[in-house]
Design a binder for this molecule. Structure first.
Ligand SMILES: C[S@@+](CC[C@H](N)C(=O)[O-])C[C@H]1O[C@@H](n2cnc3c(N)ncnc32)[C@H](O)[C@@H]1O
Length: 242
């Protein structure tokens, strides 16, 4: 399988950590939000986050919150929620959800966030580990923002079975092509025939690299789950503790 760099859908960029941050979701927010509401996977993913996090009264950061799909559920659990995302277009839709549930929002790069050390009791991140340019740096920033004993939940696509190399036909078995160890941004492949990925690509990390990005930030892995009923899991959830 050949893979290439993702098509850039960036509308603007900003310097941070000496690098250019791409806002790949700018211009896609309305489409993305409608797609998220349509997919049954969204309900599985959001209930996984809620189930693993549970009720709480502390501060919770929704890292790469997108259009704010998690905000109402997290605030309903009692958490005081702040959503951050780099995309102004995604935050435009998140603003409506935040207003409806009392969450606050900030536009910022996940690897350099405008909060003091230990601000949050929990950090959650949904469908983001494939979209960040530097997962290790973001994990380190999440660890900095957590109080000691605070938890980080990372829920997203499974790195072994949902990537450009993983073709998932409507019927029949999943087909794994070459490319599992090809780290980095990919814009197309047999597994990227529909949905968001042909539009923004994905930053693929093999399973060990993904988990080690969090462990390298000094976090301790408490639980790993593969939610859902699919034969080969679509989702992977990590619960880590500072
Ligand atoms: C697949 S979307 C997930 C959004 C939301 N969590 C959800 O589940 O619908 C990935 C999000 O990551 C955001 N993102 C990508 N790189 C980022 C960065 N460096 N800092 C903050 N957000 C980022 C994108 O703007 C996008 O909203």
């Amino acid at each position: 399988m050949t893979t290439t760099a993702a098509r850039t859908t960036t509308e603007g960029s900003q310097p941070a950590n000496g690098q250019t941050i791409r806002r790949r979701y700018d211009g896609l927010a309305d489409w993305y939000d409608a797609e998220m509401r349509r997919l049954p996977l969204t309900a599985t993913a959001t209930s996984t986050v809620a189930g693993l996090l549970g009720p709480g009264h502390g501060r919770c950061l929704d890292l790469a919150c997108g259009t704010g799909i998690l905000l109402p559920g997290l605030t309903a659990l009692g958490w005081r929620v702040t959503g951050v995302d780099v995309s102004g277009d995604q935050l435009r839709l998140a603003r409506r959800r935040a207003a409806g549930c009392g969450a606050s929002l900030a536009q910022a790069d996940a690897s350099r966030l405008p909060f003091p050390d230990g601000t949050f009791d929990a950090v959650v991140s949904l469908f983001a580990h494939t979209d960040l340019d530097d997962l290790g740096r973001t994990a380190a920033e999440a660890a900095r923002l957590l109080r000691p004993g605070g938890r980080l939940l990372d829920v997203g696509t499974h790195p072994c079975f949902v990537q450009p190399f993983a073709e998932r036909p409507a019927h029949g078995p999943i087909l794994l092509h070459q490319g599992y160890r090809a780290r980095g941004w990919h814009g197309h492949g047999p597994g990227f025939n529909a949905g968001i990925r042909p539009r923004v690509g994905a930053n693929h990390l093999p399973l060990a690299d993904l988990v080690n990005a969090f462990l390298g930030a000094g976090l301790t892995l408490r639980r790993l789950e593969e939610p859902g009923e699919d034969d080969y899991p679509f989702l992977m959830a990590l619960v880590l503790e500072r």
